[in-house]
Design a protein around this ligand. Sequence first.
Ligand code: AMP
Ligand code: MG
Length: 418
Amino acid sequence: MRTGISVAEAREVVLAAAPVLGAETVSLRQALGRVLAEDVRSPRTLPPADCSAMDGYAVRRVDCLGAAPGTPIELAVAFEVAAGQAPAQEVGAGQAARIFTGAPLPGGADAVVRQEDTEAAAGRVLVRSEPRPRENVRDAGEDIRAGDLVLRAGDSVGPAAIGVLASLGRSLAAVHQRPRVAIVSGGDELVEPDGDVSGDRIVASNSYSLSAQCLEAGAEPVYLGIARDRPEDLERRLRAGLVADCLVTSAGVSVGDHDHVRPVLEKLGCRLEFWGVRMKPGYPLVFGRFDRDGGPLVFGLPGNPVSAMVTFEQFVRPVLRRMAGHRILFRPVVRARASEALKKSPGRAHFLRVFLERRGEELWATPTGSQSSGVLRSMTLAQGLLFFPAEAERLEAGAVASVQVIDPDFFARDSAGL
Ligand code: AMP
Ligand code: MG
């Protein structure tokens, strides 16, 4: 087991261990946010035939040359074609067909004159505008041609992809499975939020924040309750989590007499890959795996609420995204200037909770206040985590740093801005 490794090394180890999960077939209605596990080629051409983009008249352009408001051209309306109908005949010389949006263009016709540029009169129509070639005609295949590679394995399924799949005549899609994450809290002081919270008891809030982080990452959390600080109780709960894709514990990974996570994991056959990452918050993170097939990846997160969330963010989230098939694993990173000077001793990288503020074209980052790993409220205020590298000791006011944006709303705006 390695110990005291860097954030970058830890990230490399956990990602190297993360498998992309297999495929499952889901209804298109449940596919939002999933990742395609298949290349999708179109079996069809869309639109399948030339069709009208307007309500109006399908005409032969040669018959309408010179048509203008002062010099209308009169055509005989030979027949009508509506969306969903096959044209009954062709448009002959001196003829027009009444046509509606989405209806197939009849043979003979090569343009559609919009209704607004015509005047109808008992079986005849006056055309007041000369159409350009194929004006108001949607060509067959303008959207998709049969055989086109329309979507690729690894593409995220958003509303547009769902619409495209449906337009190809599909109601199902093959997507990567969502990782299942077993979550165990540990500690004698812990209670559930609706339990007896009197005295020195602490609500096991990590199970809530971590479950929410799983959901937000596209994974499925399964909560296995609070393990008391006894190896037998911890073992019983961890065993229940061995069927999951990831097993995430919080607390009990430090060096205290009541910290049983590491020995119990080893007893269960888990190979611990590292313990201790040179970061703050979050140093005592443990990562392990089972050599046998199908065993979960195990993250023993620190118990302090901010440490648990920040280590989840750095290591568990990208792993879950990889498992779910995503190509893009990480949060956006912006460059921002520190609004105050920051100091630390060398050795550990710091992830500082910061507000981000736009000043003209620049971003400025300001710490949210106390950076104690117990101040969970600061996470509700933080839009980003400012990365203060391990060996750096000072960041001057106005110096530029990298900030991982953890609040997706940061990129949203309070006005349309267009
Ligand atoms: P430990 O790792 O057991 O020393 O816990 C570190 C700190 O995190 C202690 O102050 C615990 O009370 C707190 N803590 C542990 N588990 C949780 C949890 N599930 N939710 C909130 N705080 C916790
Ligand atoms: Mg404890």
